[in-house]
Design a protein around this ligand. Sequence first.
Ligand code: E4P
Length: 298
Amino acid sequence: MDALIRRPKTKILVDGGDPQETLRVKNLTGVVDGQTTNPTLISKNPEVRSEVSSGRKFTPREELDEYKKIVQAISPLVGDAGVSIEVFSDFNTTAEEMFAQGKEMFSWVSNAYVKYPCTHEGLRAAQMSVEQAIRVNITLCFSQKQAAAVYAATKQSKQPVYVSPFLGRLDDRGENGMDLVANIKKMFSAGDGHVLVLAASIRHLDHLLGAFALHAELATAPAKVWEEWAAKSFPLPGDDFAYQGHDKSGNLLRPIPYESLDLSQSWEIFDIRHELTTKGIQQFVADYKSTLKQSAKV
Ligand code: E4P
């Protein structure tokens, strides 16, 4: 296998919850800049899965300890793009509760980023975090307005803030998720550069190349996508690369038009509601609860 000779400008992040996978990717590419995790990925960690399938269920504290153990095993394998650790939240979780979790998670490893959902409470928690120099990654982003709100809510941050547009989940419903990345990059080009675009929900090599071509600052992909990239000798998109998004039936994905938004407005002006953010939270809650004792209070 060839070594990684020409690095993309985009940072390389592994999307997963298994340190062994991170190590495998690192052995192939020579470098992994960071890692993203979420409640679904943690519930799929081999040790967590094997405990759950042999009948064990966790209390919320035990689940958190498992999460911490996984993050601490991953942290030394990755670089300064850090390990993104997601708070557990449902629709009743207040910003203060998310922030309390975030503070604890941030203390687990020196390269932590705390992931908050792109909701009103999530953004309030992000505001509290950046005031205390806690690095944040705002997840479940599906619209340009949400990204604008992330920008406006975290303006005081002295450190880079990540926003994670989920391309694959937009593709799944026929919209061209890559357009969202392009639109956010274009919108942020008029900004102060404090928010970095982390292309997420990457499902295949073309997504990866599209994110590289758009100069997304970071891209997170499952180990299997990085393995495919390595197997093909680490291709990078040429100047003529044109991303063509297709759905599973081969139809072209619907374009997402650019919106002219004023980044200097207060974040609360932006309509940040999105059906996929709601669905994403529901899924994370369900996957988190699947590892818990029935009687456990979340
Ligand atoms: C990363 O931060 C996201 O949680 C992840 O990329 C989601 O990917 P999925 O849409 O394939 O679940």
